[in-house]
Structure formats: C-alpha cells, structure tokens
Write a protein that binds this ligand. Structure first.
Ligand code: TYM
Length: 329
C-alpha cells in the first residue's frame, strides 16, 4: 500500500484537463492505497481571489470531487487551509528553499509574466507549499498532469535536501504518477497548448450536453489533409489527443485511418468527440446537481477529512520539529 496525495486549486470549476490529468487517477487509486485528496485554497491565494468567492469556489470543487467518485469512507478529503500544520511546515521548509531555484521555476516565470503587478512571495514559494502538501503525509505517489512534473522534481529535491542536511532518512522522494504511463496533457480546443482555466478554453465537468456540443463544434480545424499519411498540425492532433482519452480504441483507429486516407470529415469527428465527452461528463454532472447545496453533507465530509489529514500531518510536524532541534522546555 502506497501513500497518495494530490490536490487541485480552488480557482473555479473543474475541467477535462483536471479530470483526465489528475482526478480520474486519484479515484482509481483510492481502493488500494492510503489517499489524501485536498482542495488547494492556500495556493489559490496567489492571484488574490475575492474573499466572497473563496469559500464558494472551495465548495464547488468539493462537490465536484465527490460527484466524480471520491469516496470519503476510503480517503481523507480535506481543505488545505483547515490543516494548520501545513503552513508551519511550509515555514520550516522555506529555510531550505533557495531564491535561485524558486525563481527559475517555469510556473513562477509564467505567472510573473501574466501578473506583473502581483509577483508576490507566495508565488515564488509556491513549490515549497506544494512540496509540503505532499511530504507532510510522507507520500510516495502523486497523481498529477504533465504541467506539475517540475514541481514534483522540486519536491524530491526538497525531501532529499532535508534528509541529507539533518542526516536522516525521513522523507520519501515522491513521484508524479499515472499508472506507469506518461503524464497527460489535455490540450485546449482552440489550438493552443493546454486546457486551463486562465486560458479560457475549457470544457467543464458541469457543462451541459448542448454547451459541450457547441464548444467542440467551434474547435479549430482546416480544409483537411492533402496527402496520405501526413503529419497532423497541432490543432488536429489536439482533437485526437482528447479522442484518445474519451473514446474506445476502435473509434480512434477509425478516425486515424480516415485521416491517413484523406477521407476524414471533421464534422463527423467533432460529433463523435462531443458524444464521447458527454458520455464521460453526464454522470458526473448529474451527481454535481444532486450534491450541490447539500451543505450538511459537504460539512461532514470536510470535517471528517480534516480530522484524518490532521492526524498524519501533526505526526510529521512533531517529528520534523524534533529532527530540526526544537525542544519543549
Ligand atoms: P491545478 O489546480 O492547476 O490543476 C489540478 C490538476 O489538474 C491537472 N491539470 C491538467 N492535466 C492535464 N491536462 C491539463 N490541461 C491540465 N490542467 C490541469 C494538473 O496537472 C493538476 O494535477 N499546484 C497544483 C495543485 C497542488 C498540488 C499539490 C497537486 C497544490 N499542492 C500537491 C498535487 C500535490 C496546481 O496548481 O494544479
């Protein structure tokens, strides 16, 4: 049995990228492992969300976690900010995180470019907080999408550095995990790189079928291939990438063949893609609608999840404080 940790920032509703990159994998892991799944509301603070929205966003993500199949009987499902041991360990770990390595992180450079008037220290030390989320439960596996690979590399560096500095074998070095496969990146339908909230190109788990059909219909395409077996341009490859996660292999093979023989009809491909996305999202959307507003249930899940997470976090923090030399008088 492994210890698994993962989280999603509470910056809005969850999209297909979150689902296939992370959420689906968390859910598949919860039967066999000790799992901790949280909502990263402290990480969400880097963009200064409206305080009125903060709690609503957390509630939405919790609802979607449960609707997608997270089971509070099996896993600890909690809100990051409920676990006060996390910010304390973050302070301690920041003493061993260096300005140079933090400043050259891809996500920091990107954010600094996107929000030049808000390059705050929380943004710089984002990887320390993320590492703490993971090592506070001494996790070994972290189901995440491809964009988190560098953060996981840094988590291993921080864990190893702590062990070496204090001469202990305390923290395991956790790895980003996708069942032995490569980590996934779900692209946007607009021909751009990844599907993301700030890119505004998302299909949300809560989108209704009509909305999904409309979004897929609008996806960027062209006149079609002009020579057999040609290389697909990125915006077409993107459609195939999504098809591969939502459809069966025979459907994918069928459209690959049509592409290779220049017989592909994008209208058909898009209809198929929309139908298969709807197949994945409909049961989740129905459960979102059923759970939404059940504040008593959400409260129960978050309270019990926090209790479980706090138990493991408190144990780690106590041991780390001892290793670092803190002693009670
Ligand atoms: P966040 O909130 O940006 O995304 C949550 C998860 O969804 C994955 N993801 C994607 N995967 C594939 N294709 C996409 N287009 C796509 N968009 C998002 C992300 O890889 C991620 O797994 N720093 C993290 C949150 C976090 C965390 C942690 C994760 C904080 N502490 C500890 C794991 C462990 C983040 O911003 O993810």
């Amino acid at each position: 049995m492994e210890t698994v940790v993962s989280g999603i920032r509470s910056t809005g509703q969850l999209h297909l990228g979150n689902y296939f990159g992370a959420l689906r994998n968390f859910i598949k892991m919860q039967d066999e492992n000790q799992c901790y799944f949280f909502i990263a509301d402290l990480h969400a603070l880097t963009t200064h969300p409206d305080p009125k929205m903060l709690h609503t966003n957390v509630k939405d993500v919790l609802t979607e976690y449960l609707a997608a199949g997270m089971d509070p009987e099996k896993s600890a499902i909690y809100i990051q900010s409920d676990i006060h041991e996390i910010p304390e360990l973050y302070l301690l770990m920041n003493m061993h995180a260096y300005m140079g390595e933090l400043a050259k992180t891809t996500s920091f450079k990107e954010k600094a470019r996107k929000q030049p008037n808000n390059v705050n220290a929380g943004l710089l030390t984002y990887p320390t907080l993320m590492a703490v989320d993971i090592i506070i439960h001494k996790a070994n596996k972290v189901p995440v999408g491809k964009d988190q690979e560098q953060h996981l590399e840094m988590t291993r560096t921080f864990a190893r550095r702590f062990n070496n500095f204090y001469g202990v074998e305390y923290f395991p070095e956790p790895t980003a995990y996708n069942f032995g496969e490569n980590l996934i990146k779900i692209p946007g339908l607009d021909g751009s790189g990844k599907m993301g909230k700030s890119e505004g190109n998302c299909i949300y788990l809560s989108d209704d079928p009509k909305t999904i059909e409309k979004k897929v219909k609008k996806a960027l395409t062209d006149q079609g291939p002009t020579a057999p077996n040609s290389v697909k341009p990125d915006y077409i490859e993107n459609l195939f990438t999504i098809l591969k996660v939502v459809s069966t292999p025979d459907v994918v093979d069928y459209y690959e063949e049509k592409w290779n023989t220049c017989e592909i009809r994008y209208g058909d491909l898009k209809k198929q893609l929309a139908a298969d996305i709807i197949k994945v999202t409909t049961p989740i959307r129905e459960r979102i609608l059923a759970i939404q507003g059940d504040d008593a249930y959400l409260h129960k899940v978050a309270t019990e999840g926090a209790e479980k997470a706090r138990e493991s976090a408190a144990k780690t923090l106590k041991e780390v404080r001892e290793i670092m030399g803190f002693k009670a008088f």
